[in-house]
Design a protein around this ligand. Structure first.
Ligand SMILES: Nc1ncnc2c1ncn2[C@@H]1O[C@H](COP(=O)(O)OP(=O)(O)OP(=O)(O)O)[C@@H](O)[C@H]1O
Ligand SMILES: Cc1cn([C@H]2C[C@H](O)[C@@H](COP(=O)(O)O)O2)c(=O)[nH]c1=O
Length: 210
């Protein structure tokens, strides 16, 4: 019998720098794998050899704000073509640390660029394609900044931004969630990791395995 494998699902994690996405992503990947699913864990900017080179530039090289915005979408175009779409079509689930919501939050909300231009880029790069589920980690910028400082790592171009920048990024994420409540869940990230993990597990179970 000719059995075709079901298309995979696409889950994205979002939030300001230091929101605590990384450890929770690992937990969700483990949860899905425990259900016998094949999972491709990736990130933006990045996720491909070219995308990782662009990430290095984006995080560390001074550039015009519109150059930054277009490089984010260039990396995304490659990511979709070389990794995300092939994985989903092969039946793998894809879990990405950030996707296009980050561009609306950081480049439109944070940097103040024109949303209409990004809508055109989005329609060009992934017309009609959105994550199946997006988890936005929400917390006050000062809490996130303290976490980033505690890592002891040298801050990148984004992490060096001031609190008002992250207030705008946060507000833009919450606005995105308000506009697409069926896709985007806001997670209160200023809580113990175990509490956050339990809430995310419940959301994933309800959304995909009910
Ligand atoms: N719920 C939490 N409570 C306290 N500290 C946390 C929590 N979650 C993560 N952390 C710590 O905060 C720091 C940043 O976490 P993490 O790297 O997971 O954030 P992130 O959202 O992936 O950040 P970035 O987007 O900057 O990569 C780490 O040192 C991590 O151990
Ligand atoms: C996809 C995307 C990312 N960014 C910013 C957000 C973060 O500061 C960095 C990525 O670093 P992370 O710690 O791995 O999350 O890039 C952005 O400004 N716009 C985007 O579209």
């Amino acid at each position: 019998m000719n059995q075709t494998r079901a298309r995979g699902r696409f889950i994205t994690f979002e939030g300001i720098d230091g929101a605590g996405k990384s450890s929770q992503i690992a937990a969700v990947v483990a949860l899905l794998q425990a259900r016998g699913l094949t999972v491709d864990q990736t990130r933006e900017p990045g996720g491909t050899a070219l995308g990782e080179k662009l990430r290095e530039l984006l995080l560390h090289e001074p550039m015009h704000l519109e150059t930054e915005a277009m490089l984010m979408f260039a990396a995304r175009r490659e990511h979709l073509a070389a990794r995300i779409h092939p994985a989903l079509e092969a039946g793998s689930w894809v879990v990405s640390d950030r996707f296009t919501d980050a561009t609306y939050a950081y480049q439109v909300g944070g940097r103040g660029l024109d949303a209409a231009k990004f809508s055109a880029l989005e329609d060009w790069v992934h017309p009609g394609f959105q994550p199946d589920l997006t988890l936005v980690f929400d917390l006050p910028p000062e809490v996130a900044a303290a976490r980033v400082a505690n890592t002891g790592n040298a801050p990148d171009r984004f992490e060096r931004e001031q609190r008002d920048f992250f207030e705008r990024v946060r507000a833009a994420y919450l606005e995105r969630a308000h506009m697409a409540p069926q896709r985007i869940c806001v997670i209160a990230a200023d809580r113990a990791p175990e509490q956050i993990r339990a809430e995310i597990e419940a959301i994933v179970a309800e959304r995909f395995f009910r």
